[in-house]
Design a protein around this ligand. Structure first.
Ligand code: ZN
Length: 66
């Protein structure tokens, strides 16, 4: 059984995504990582899912190692 990863938007400091299985928007806390499913049908994600902050890709980080 694989655990899916969903790319989330951060709205009001909460990770939200549109669930392709129950077709609803799920809202979780601000931290990425594994979550228990918010679907009303527990068969959709019996092992939960991982959340990833989509916006993070746009953050530019430059490390200066000199
Ligand atoms: Zn769902």
């Amino acid at each position: 059984m694989t655990i899916p990863t969903y790319e989330c938007d951060k709205v009001n400091n909460k990770l939200t995504f549109h669930c392709p299985l129950c077709m609803k928007v799920h809202t979780h806390g601000s931290e990425e990582g594994h979550r228990i499913s918010h679907c009303n049908n527990s068969d959709y994600h019996p092992n939960g899912y991982f959340l990833k902050n989509k916006g993070k890709q746009n953050e530019i980080k430059i490390s200066l190692d000199s």
